[in-house]
Design a protein around this ligand. Structure first.
Ligand code: NAP
Ligand code: FE
Length: 364
């Protein structure tokens, strides 16, 4: 058996774990910048963080201008604010967008990156504590920050070992008011991470074990997600599953589904998890041709007999499909073929394969 595995994030999981962990925050310095979006003020997560910091006498400012699919301008502004405030550490509160943005803010607080996408960062990055309020991206345990790249008309991941948060707090209570569609899309993102991770050239025994456990829990929550009636137990299980899938991709990276999905988000505004869900079944249909045994193992781990069964389970969660013409899809296939994720895939996906998946998924 041969593999490598790295996970430097301390995970604290449980009801009210943020409020009960003031001493954990105390270790990171005197001044914090909280990087977040708009929903954290309503779901209790922001208040819990502020109470913990205040209990320690730690000064803090809130930067809540991170939009979904974070922009370079928003993280630059956050970086400037962190500097002028003299922040010692960053607390990220929210879905994948604020959690990813916080990593860029933590770097920009210390480094003058020119073009952020071609810049080679050093390890001089503010320490971070992450609190996810969606169960999907696993950003709380990954070294990736995915930002909107307008120059290349796509989304681009920047990564560095120093972008791993120091601590991740998992408490499903913050997701009680999550819209049904967001709950479903983010769960599909986690499913996509676990399944793509198993297809990665860097997959190994340990990431497979984590992925299978993640997929088992995601499958168990699918009926509740489809009905739109998640219990607290479902939310806790989904959050745990998303973090497990994050631990997978932190080591394996993602593959072709994410590469193709970026165009559906950038050009059509499809939320990230929904974009993956539109593509995942047809991607696995091609995998069933190219690597039948491994495709079957992954689909069965996810609770599906084959890619058709996966398609049937996801369809009610995805809403009406986009209908995109061939010429446009060929452009997306070309863009996906040069994305760095593609090289991660243990199955060769050329431009024609990618076009086939796109056409069957969202073709006009
Ligand atoms: P998101 O963009 O962070 O959030 C989606 C929406 O849900 C936003 O409007 C957000 O509002 C709202 N929201 C978040 N938590 C909520 C809650 N508890 N209650 C009510 N509303 C809530 O979506 P996401 O799917 O979690 O993250 C997607 C991003 O993560 C994409 O940019 C994607 O590329 C990236 N991603 C990163 C990784 C990684 O490894 N780092 C992996 C996969 C995806 P506010 O933001 O205004 O609060
Ligand atoms: Fe993702």
């Amino acid at each position: 058996m041969q593999f490598q595995y790295f996970m430097p994030v301390k995970i604290i999981c449980g009801r009210d774990c943020v409020a009960q962990s003031a001493s954990v925050f105390a270790a990171f310095g005197e001044r914090a910048i909280i990087v977040t979006g708009k929903s954290s003020a309503a779901n209790g997560s922001l208040a819990d963080v502020q109470a913990a910091l205040s209990a320690n006498g730690q000064a803090h400012i809130v930067y809540d201008k991170i939009p979904p699919n974070p922009t370079v301008a928003s993280v630059r502004e956050g970086g400037r604010l962190a500097r002028s405030f003299g922040a010692d550490f960053v607390v990220a509160v929210g879905g994948g967008s604020p959690m990813d943005a916080a990593k860029a803010v933590a770097m920009l607080a210390r480094q003058d990156a020119g073009d952020i996408f071609s810049y080679t960062a050093t390890a001089d990055v503010l320490p971070m504590l992450h609190i996810p309020t969606t169960a999907g991206t696993g950003s709380e345990v990954t070294p990736y920050a995915i930002l909107t790249n307008d120059e290349r008309e796509t989304k681009t991941s920047i990564s560095h070992p120093a972008y791993f948060p120091k601590v991740a707090f998992l408490d499903g209570k913050y997701m009680r008011g999550l819209p049904q569609s967001t709950a479903a899309y983010t769960a599909i993102d986690a499913m996509s991470h676990a399944m793509e991770g198993m297809l990665s050239v860097r997959a190994g025994a340990l990431t497979d074990a984590l992925a299978k456990e993640s997929l088992r829990r995601l499958h168990a929550a699918l009926p509740a997600l489809t009905r739109g009636q998640c219990s607290d137990e479902d939310r806790d299980a989904l959050l745990y599953a998303a973090t497990l899938a994050g631990m997978v991709i932190a080591n394996t990276g993602t593959c072709a589904v994410h590469s193709m999905g970026y165009s559906l988000t950038y050009f059509h505004g499809a939320p990230h998890g929904r974009a993956n869900g539109l593509l995942l079944p047809e991607f696995f249909a091609v995998c069933e041709e190219k690597t039948p045994a491994r495709a079957k193992e992954i689909l069965q781990a996810a609770g599906f007999a084959d890619s058709r069964a996966l398609a049937s389970a996801l369809a009610p969660l995805l809403g009406e499909r986009e209908k995109i013409d061939d010429e446009t899809l060929r452009r997306y296939a070309q863009k996906a073929s040069v994305n760095k994720n593609i090289k991660n895939c243990s199955v060769f996906f050329g431009e024609e394969d990618l076009f086939r998946v796109l056409k069957r998924s969202v073709g006009a």
